[in-house]
Ligand binder design. Structure first.
Ligand code: COA
Length: 326
């Protein structure tokens, strides 16, 4: 079933603004990543999606290629961002088959809900390896191609076509700290720092490097794992109603959509985003500014700090990990 444009792209962008561009994305088969990819491909880009699952990655590539006649979307499965050599081979194959890498999105991430007491050293390390090391690997593997793209597409370019753009998907948890998310907060703080440094080191060569930090985005795998105060296993009607109720605690009055994230991505990669470098664009309806209300991983009746003091665990904390081991 084709996804209507209104679900992944607003009407403000002109067709063809990414003609001839090539996107390389990790996590491109996920709900946010596929919307970002779909939007860029719709506007003229070709893309290479890499992911761990062969089946999921290839299926996503086939689906996304349908958004535009003549679009080429490669799906390279069996690539774990923790494995630098595999990522480098994927980046090189992307260039061999699609001719370039102009845009990179480091979107692959790992997450689950766990208090520090329920995080083994290996669990903490695993998320750092996927998020932080994975983003570093993605940057390293694509950097020569991004630099070549930046050299071909000066910023600003007289043609309006862009290249040499790196974007890491981050979070907002580390701005305040977030209970049950020590692993992700630490990992993504490092992603922000890495990206800022990339902007400083490679800005003089024409690259831009930024982060995009989504808030609560409806219908994503992330929210199914993290949703606070939300029944995620009810019927669709119940889930929609619960999402609407939960969205009221966000200052903008709703959860975000994957289109909100795709639109921000298009903006950053477009000719309108030329001078945005070394920063994080937060797309969360100001949600992080109310962290008490928007804590993740809590059941409807759980309140901070009572749940910690009472030793309560939400449904999002996996069975078998509920015994506190301080
Ligand atoms: N709570 C606490 N610890 C957990 C956990 C949970 N829910 N799930 C996994 N872990 C621990 C494991 O027990 C293991 O530690 P141990 O060896 O001390 O027991 C460690 O984390 C690694 O788990 P493993 O399942 O071997 O890792 P993996 O590489 O197969 O999977 C994950 C990585 C755990 C991040 C998995 O959730 C994943 O693949 N996620 C990808 C998708 C995703 O998270 N998307 C969300 C984006 S918001």
């Amino acid at each position: 079933m084709t996804v209507p444009r209104s679900e992944y792209l607003s009407n403000v962008w002109a067709d063809g603004i990414f003609a001839g561009r090539v996107l390389f994305i990790t996590g491109g088969a996920g709900s946010i990543g596929s919307a970002q990819t779909r939007a860029l491909v719709h506007l003229g880009a070709n893309a290479c999606i890499v992911g761990r699952s062969v089946e999921k990655t290839e299926a996503a590539a086939r689906e996304i290629a349908k958004v535009r006649d003549g679009a080429r979307v490669l799906g390279l499965g069996g690539v774990d961002v923790r494995n630098f050599e595999a990522l480098k081979a994927a980046a090189d194959r992307c260039v061999a088959e699609l001719g370039a890498i102009d845009f990179v999105i480091a979107g692959a991430a790992g997450n689950f809900v766990a208090p520090i007491s329920g995080l083994s050293p290996n669990a903490f390390k695993t998320v750092l390896e996927i998020d932080t090391l994975g983003t570093f690997h993605t940057l390293k593997a694509t950097l020569p191609h991004l630099l070549a793209s930046a050299a071909r597409n000066r910023n600003p370019s007289p043609s309006g076509l862009t290249g040499g753009r790196f974007l890491a998907v981050s979070v907002t948890f580390h701005y305040t700290g977030m209970p049950l998310q020590a692993h992700v907060s630490a990992a993504k703080a490092a992603v922000d720092a890495l990206t800022a440094t990339a902007a400083l080191e490679y800005g003089p060569m024409g690259l831009t490097a930024n982060c995009l930090a989504p808030g609560a985005i409806a219908g994503t795998e992330g929210m199914a794992r993290l949703a606070s105060r939300l029944v995620t296993d009810g019927t669709k009607g119940e889930a929609d109603a619960a999402t609407a109720t939960a969205g009221r605690t966000v200052p903008s009055g709703r959860w975000g959509t994957v289109r909100d994230i795709a639109d921000a991505t298009v903006f950053l990669f477009s000719d309108a985003g030329n001078y945005i470098n070394g920063t994080t664009i937060v797309v969360d309806g100001a949600g992080w500014r109310r962290p008490g209300e928007n804590a993740v991983g809590l059941d409807p009746d759980m309140r901070y700090p009572d749940f910690l003091l009472k030793g309560e665990f939400s449904r999002h904390v996996k069975d078998g990990r509920r015994k506190a081991k301080l």
